[in-house]
Design a binder for this molecule. Structure first.
Ligand SMILES: [Zn+2]
Length: 313
């Protein structure tokens, strides 16, 4: 039988809802200093996770990977950056993209100026406990190994790390290499576990610390996905960014603007007129209506038609 020394990604990494909302708001309203910092942290965090993924992709492990998993236990939701299920264990990775100099004491990281940034051990302990409970609930008891990764090569730590849970980016190849030596095939029950966890992923999760904003207050128009400019010159079928030249079919531009609208306003009914305004009143209502009809379920409420996600039967 052919050996499966390959990573199988069952759930791809995507930007979190916080990242997507802050990214959109950053170009549509004035963020407070705190919100701006939060946005920059989202950008850095995601870039770090992508870097981690590239290390993982090079590893010759037979394993199943679930990225950005949001699970709930009782009333609490918790997020896992990366989960690797091997033949006999579950590895829970927490990726930190810190740069600069830090001290470690009393289980917390401090910047040089003595400002405490976080207690990574408490955070990951909590995730392990929650994950253990979720797995138990669906009938699995595999051992869970938590790993905290400092992915940025410019991260400097001026103190001894007492814990094996921590890994620096240059230790990752060795870590994955050790795992690849256990060349055992994935059991069917583990594939089942992975699929069950994927099903439990909470797609509609929204943290409660998102900024407050209203439709009327936001700048309307299409945002270029490359340079975030809102100015564009279009041909009949294509959108062309005036700043970077990014070219895209207008249908796709409208489709992604609807998705952006849904990310920002999950409770607002989707209506042709709203999307028409949202896109900057440059595409005809007829064109927008056609796209809504094609991709969404339409409902009639009094005189108004609104759209929602199609129910998968
Ligand atoms: Zn552009």
């Amino acid at each position: 039988m052919k050996e499966h020394t390959k990573i199988m990604i069952l759930k791809e990494r995507t930007k979190s809802v916080t990242y997507r909302v802050l990214e959109s708001l950053n170009y549509r309203m004035r963020l407070t200093a705190e919100e701006k910092t939060n946005y920059e942290n989202q950008v850095k965090g995601f870039a770090g996770e992508i870097q981690f993924d590239s290390y993982m992709a090079q590893a010759k492990i037979s394993g199943l990977v679930l990225n950005d998993l949001i699970l709930s236990h009782r009333d609490t939701s918790f997020q896992i950056d990366s989960l690797l299920i091997t033949n006999d264990s579950v590895y829970l990775y927490e990726v930190k993209n810190y740069a600069g100099s830090y001290f470690y004491k009393e289980e917390s990281l401090f910047t040089e100026s003595g400002y405490q940034i976080l207690n990574p051990l408490r955070q990951i302990d909590r995730s392990v406990t929650y994950l253990q409970n979720v797995m138990l609930r669906i009938g699995y008891t595999l051992p869970i190994h938590p790993v905290i990764i400092f992915i940025n090569p410019d991260f400097i730590l001026y103190s001894f790390l007492p814990n094996k849970l921590f890994l620096f980016s240059n230790q990752l190849p060795k870590h994955f290499n050790a795992l690849s030596n256990q060349k055992k095939l994935i059991k069917n029950e583990h594939l089942e576990l992975a699929n069950k966890l994927k099903k439990l992923h909470n797609e509609n999760y929204r943290p409660d610390n998102l900024p407050t904003y209203h439709f009327d207050q936001l700048k309307k128009g299409i945002i270029c996905p490359i340079c975030f400019s809102t100015s564009h010159i279009d041909t009949r079928q294509n959108y062309v960014c005036s700043i970077c030249g990014h070219k895209e079919i207008i249908t796709s531009v409208i489709e992604r603007s609807i998705i952006e609208f849904k990310d920002l306003f999950p409770d607002k009914p989707i209506m042709t007129n709203l999307i028409y305004q949202w896109c900057g009143e440059v595409y005809s209502k007829e064109r927008i209506r056609m796209i809504l009809k094609k991709n969404y379920q339409n409902h009639l409420s009094g005189q108004k038609t609104y759209y929602s996600d199609k129910q998968l039967s």
